[in-house]
Design a protein. Structure first.
Ligand code: URA
Length: 433
């Protein structure tokens, strides 16, 4: 078999055979096919697409390119969730303790933030002492003991994705549905849980800008999960404005804690309860969605959800005194109130721009090696649909950097204010199962 023939087949719109896909993945991971040939194939895939069967075969070969985590020593149904990434997305920090307090087992591997999106691991590390690198044995025993763990990647998972993603990043081939779906699902399947809930974000701050694009990706990923016999479901959720109010690492941890105590923003709380209810169905803990919602709500009200968060932080070495008293968290040197110079209804808060401003204030990384300032970020004072008078606060920015003047001038433009009240928004657009 020759790589040139595989490239030409896809270039001409043919369906690649299982053998061809296997040849390309195996030999690329082994360093036997050069980047320039793989780049050409990726571009052909981007233009020509892939059939369902090609996508399943590609995911399978990527999945088997490295280790697959064995979670069979964890008792019960292991649930996992994955977000395609957004701004202010602290869902895992709320959902994990919530579902674990109901008896579900969450053995989760998370990632770091890059660009305008934050990463759960960085948020966790804003709690002093919190460890994200724990051995596979400790990971498993922690989930058995307290019902949850969130860690960085253990083992050598999906090396094919590491190589392919780095190449896609520099060859304009990230935005291909078959490549995105196989990349995400190969990693989720390698992480070894029994069920997967995919939170596909849609809107200005997300990868998928429209509901149609998001739905197509969600359906493809759900079909991959089902092909591999995992209970896989997806929710399409709003990312036209940041989720909740806080954007930035320790600011988001504090918001997650408030949400677990029942004092969180409405959109975040609703998303966590609804996503959690689906996960409880997947874990077979509840027989109906409504029963799940009620159970989760009761765990917030009786304090067990927050107690689970404290157990989780303690188990991973974090200093729980910060969690018990959030005023201990490091504060940024500068806290600046941004005021509206107009009256009216907020019709848009550009999530992408808010994410980028938060990154510039120190909350995120432009390059992988950049250091994060855990105290930096933005807290919104208003959400879409709220009315503001001229002079009312739109948001507060938090930074240790001296050169924030430009951001102060620009950030107001991320809020669009109009005379007309916008339609009420939904946090979850659709559920796909
Ligand atoms: N996230 C991934 O893990 N892979 C993609 O291709 C895109 C987003």
């Amino acid at each position: 078999m020759r790589m040139i023939d595989i490239i030409e087949h896809k270039r001409d719109g043919k369906i690649l055979t299982n053998e061809e896909i296997n040849f390309f993945i195996t030999n690329y991971v082994d360093g036997k096919i050069p980047d320039y040939q793989v780049s050409a194939l990726l571009m052909a895939i981007l233009f020509r697409g892939m059939s369902d069967e090609e996508i399943f075969n590609l995911t399978n070969d990527m999945l088997h390119s490295g280790d697959i985590i064995d979670l069979s020593k964890i008792k019960g149904v292991k649930v996992d969730k994955h977000s395609t990434g957004g701004v202010g997305d602290k869902t895992s920090l709320v959902l994990g303790p919530l579902v674990a307090s109901c008896g579900a087992k969450l053995a989760k591997m998370s990632g770091r933030g890059l660009g305008h999106t934050g990463g759960t691991l960085d948020k966790m590390e804003s709690i002093p002492g919190m460890q994200i690198n724990i051995s596979e044995d400790n990971f498993i025993s922690q989930v058995n003991k307290i019902g949850m763990a969130i860690v960085g990647q253990t083992g050598h998972l999906v090396p094919a994705d590491k190589k392919l993603y780095a190449l896609r990043d520099v060859t304009g081939t990230v935005d291909s549905l078959p490549l995105i779906a196989s990349s995400i699902m190969s990693k989720k399947l390698a992480s070894g849980s029994d069920s997967i809930l995919l939170d596909v974000k849609v809107g200005s701050g997300a990868f998928m800008k429209t509901l149609e694009m998001g739905e197509e990706l969600a359906k493809t990923m759900v079909s991959i999960g089902k092909y591999f016999k995992k209970d896989t479901r997806a929710i399409l959720t709003d990312m036209d404005e940041p989720l909740g109010l806080a954007v930035g690492n320790n600011l988001e941890v504090i918001e997650a804690i408030n949400t677990l105590k029942g004092n969180g923003p409405k959109d975040l709380t609703e998303l966590c309860i609804k996503a959690g209810a689906i996960m409880l169905l997947q874990a077979k803990i509840c027989a109906s969605f409504e029963e799940g919602e009620k159970l989760l709500q009761s765990k917030i009200e009786n304090g067990e959800a927050f107690k689970k968060f404290v157990e989780f932080v303690e188990a991973q070495g974090g200093d729980i005194t910060y969690v018990l008293n959030t005023s201990k968290f490091e504060k940024a040197k500068y806290e600046i109130s941004i005021k509206s110079n107009k009256s009216g209804y907020i019709t848009k808060i550009d999530a992408l721009e808010i994410g980028e401003f938060a990154m510039k204030l120190g909350a995120g990384r432009e390059k992988i090696e950049d250091k994060i300032d855990y105290s930096a970020g933005i807290i919104l004072s208003k959400k879409i649909g709220d009315f503001v008078n001229s002079g009312d606060e739109l948001c507060k920015i938090y930074t240790n950097k001296e050169n924030y003047e430009e951001i102060i001038k620009e950030i107001k433009n991320s809020f669009i204010i109009s005379e007309n009240k916008p339609e009420n928004r939904k946090i979850i657009y659709k559920v796909i199962s």
